[in-house]
Design a protein around this ligand. Structure first.
Ligand SMILES: Nc1ncnc2c1ncn2[C@@H]1O[C@H](COP(=O)(O)OP(=O)(O)OP(=O)(O)O)[C@@H](O)[C@H]1O
Ligand SMILES: [Mg+2]
Length: 275
């Protein structure tokens, strides 16, 4: 069951907008998708409530779930995809917990120095987590609210290139997104002819997600299904590179330690998958 998480420390960067769109895209493709919300603002769950007022023919209803940090979450049987919306300021243990289950992470980034700096810090922390470092969880940035009349897209592309962060596209600034979210809808629910430009911008993002989304029936990775003892034993057996505190940046070192701690934890507190 592929899990796509939307993560960025920066509040208001567009996480819920991306999460609702990825979920609606999956639903439009006939997939049973769970939209899980780790954010206590519950933006996506409120959006789902507004969405329930529409009769969206041919679209599978999106399932919703609010997730308390300490709650064990079991996606309902039959769930084919999970999309996780996360709160601003997510870091440390809470970030590592989300990453432990994510196969792909989209990071929405607006074009201001504040946004880029915050996103860079978040990416540095992500990269230090074993699941991301080992390639089991892919990460890519999406430029958000990009004004096509400016050089914002180029600036963001260059910024991502310097960080060696895959940059998979930009979404333009348009009230269509604002109105959609107000109505419990997404670009994918509107008549395609009316949102051609926006659908075109989504293509490279969906293409990047494709390897993850294309395998809804793939069994859950062994590590996620393993019993508590097996997870602990595997983590202890795995060879660990000797830590090099002199060379490791402080934030990365901490993130790495948190990541390893997560692998040693017997019970996935945040998310348990049905096999
Ligand atoms: N492409 C866009 N064009 C115009 N407005 C947008 C676009 N994308 C998002 N927005 C608006 O930007 C605001 C922030 O978006 P959103 O709520 O998705 O961010 P967030 O990262 O989830 O915020 P928070 O950290 O508070 O959860 C919202 O008002 C949303 O409607
Ligand atoms: Mg949000």
């Amino acid at each position: 069951m592929p899990v796509v998480a939307v993560v960025n420390r920066k509040g208001g960067s567009g996480k819920s907008t991306l999460a609702t769109h990825v979920a609606a895209y999956c639903a439009g493709a006939g997939q049973r998708v769970l939209l899980a919300d780790v954010d206590r603002q519950l933006s996506t769950q409120r959006w789902l409530k507004r969405r329930s007022a529409h009769s969206l023919d041919g679209r599978v209803p999106i399932m919703g779930l609010a997730v308390e940090p300490n709650q064990v979450l079991r996606p309902p049987v039959g769930t084919m995809h999970v999309v996780i919306d996360t709160p601003g300021g997510l870091r440390g243990f809470d970030l590592a917990r989300v990453v432990m289950y994510a196969d792909a992470i989209l990071m929405p980034v607006c074009n201001s120095a504040f946004d880029r700096e915050s996103a860079a810090d978040c990416y540095a922390e992500l990269k230090a987590l074993p699941r991301v470092a080992g390639g089991r969880c892919r990460v890519a940035a999406v430029g958000m609210r990009v004004d096509g009349r400016t050089r914002a897209a180029d600036t963001l592309r260059l910024w991502a290139e310097r960080l060696q962060l895959p940059f998979v596209g930009v979404l333009r600034e348009t009230q269509t997104y604002v109105r959609c979210i107000d109505e419990g809808l997404t670009i994918f629910d509107l008549p395609p002819a009316k949102v051609q430009a926006d659908l075109a911008q989504w293509q490279p993002i969906l293409q990047w997600l494709e390897p993850t989304l294309a395998r809804p029936n793939e069994p859950v990775p062994a590590a996620a299904k393993a019993s508590a003892a097996a997870v602990r034993a595997a983590a202890l057996r795995a060879p660990r590179a000797a830590p090099s505190p002199a060379r490791a940046p402080a934030a990365g070192g901490m993130a790495q330690r948190v990541g390893r701690l997560m692998e040693l934890l017997p019970i996935p507190r945040f998310l348990q998958r049905d096999s």
